[in-house]
Design a protein around this ligand. Structure first.
Ligand code: HEM
Length: 232
């Protein structure tokens, strides 16, 4: 008897799954290391130098501090959430880290909206507020879809939420390489504004391309096209 193999899932090819997991571990470790490095730089910039924290406790100081504290479980919890081994072997740990992520990210996003709306850099205000609102929405949507056991939507919204959380990294990477990335924008203020928008629009577009658009244009053998209503 002869079999014609047209399509085999990754689950049926253990070697491929192992290679994929290896790449995933390397990528998550790199993101965790980058996050720790840029978090250190952000803390150093805002908290370890005099006169950068705002005028008084309730005028910025407390909000900077709370935003940073709430975002900590996001930085260190999120990479663990994408580890297949952790999800499968100890799902309770996955759920507890997830709850901490939702509380931390939601609080940090609300404070980011406030800090962004009142930022001294006017060219950045709208961009930060939109990022904060989207970050909050993606986080709550990820939580909601987990509760209703819609795991496809849960995965997609977690990816979006974590992508926006990593604005912490993207913004500073773009700052470090701005002479190459934004050489065509000469004005300092215009460059700051461009960087602020690019730091979340580009990563989000890349993620949408990967999780939403690409799957729709890939050949799907089980899909049977139906004529439009009213057509011959
Ligand atoms: C896990 C993710 C994040 C961590 C750990 C984090 C941490 C921090 C830290 C340590 C600061 C103080 C340093 C500074 O002012 O530059 C800060 C400030 C700030 N963050 Fe975040 N952040 C995260 C994500 C975000 C996101 C996604 C947004 C945008 C919605 C955001 C908006 C802001 C704003 C507006 C400020 C104040 C900047 C200023 O006043 O110049 N953060 N964050």
């Amino acid at each position: 008897m002869r079999y014609r193999v047209t399509h085999r899932s990754a689950a049926a090819r253990p070697g491929l799954t192992q290679v994929r997991n290896l790449f995933l571990y390397i990528w998550l470790a790199a993101l965790a290391a980058l996050s720790a490095y840029y978090l250190y730089r952000a803390i150093d910039y805002r908290f370890l130098h005099a006169d950068r924290l705002g005028p008084s406790l309730f005028n910025k100081q407390l909000w900077y501090f709370s935003h940073m504290l709430l975002a900590l479980p996001v930085v260190f919890g999120a990479p663990l959430q994408f580890l297949p081994a952790l999800r499968q072997s100890v799902p309770r740990v996955h759920r507890w880290i997830g709850r901490t992520y939702v509380v931390g990210a939601s609080g940090a996003a609300i404070l980011a909206i406030y800090l962004g709306a009142t930022s001294e850099f006017e060219e950045s205000r709208l961009s930060i507020v939109i990022t904060g609102v989207l970050w909050l929405f993606f986080t709550l949507a990820a939580w909601r879809s987990a509760v209703t056991r819609n795991y496809v939507a849960h995965r997609a919204f977690m990816l979006r939420s974590y992508t926006l959380a990593l604005v912490l990294v993207w913004l500073r990477v773009m700052y470090d390489f701005q002479d190459y990335l934004f050489f065509y924008v000469q004005g300092e203020q215009a460059r700051d504004g461009t960087r602020e928008w690019a730091s979340w629009v580009i990563p989000l577009l890349v993620v949408e391309f990967w999780i939403s658009w690409l799957p729709q244009v890939r050949p799907n053998k089980s899909f049977k096209p139906r004529p439009l209503r009213g057509s011959a």
